[in-house]
Design a protein around this ligand. Structure first.
Ligand code: HEM
Length: 67
């Protein structure tokens, strides 16, 4: 979808391709990358951890995982 007057702000074909390709990179190690995403969220917004029953009673560092 090329950018036109009607869809200013919409993603270009190239941006869509880059986004789709980036999922392949993340999928190479779903667990490490998934944990990294959550750790980033929880470090920045510590209250978010309390929303998850499985995590709320665990110290943040106990949730970390890197391969
Ligand atoms: C494709 C995206 C997502 C889907 C399909 C999805 C789906 C679900 C489902 C089915 C549940 C369980 C509801 C239940 O227990 O009845 C849930 C719980 C939850 N989701 Fe998502 N979710 C998505 C993304 C997210 C994201 C991005 C966040 C925030 C980072 C999030 C935060 C939560 C939280 C806090 C709970 C409650 C967990 C708990 O009870 O311990 N979800 N989600």
């Amino acid at each position: 979808m090329a950018e036109t007057q009607q869809n200013v702000g919409a993603l270009t074909d190239q941006e869509v391709k880059l986004l789709k390709d980036s999922w392949g990179i993340l999928a190479e190690d779903k667990k490490t990358n998934g944990v990294k995403l959550f750790m980033k969220l929880f470090r920045r917004f510590s209250k978010a951890k309390e929303m998850f029953r499985m995590f709320k009673d665990k110290p943040l560092e106990a949730l970390d995982y890197n391969g």
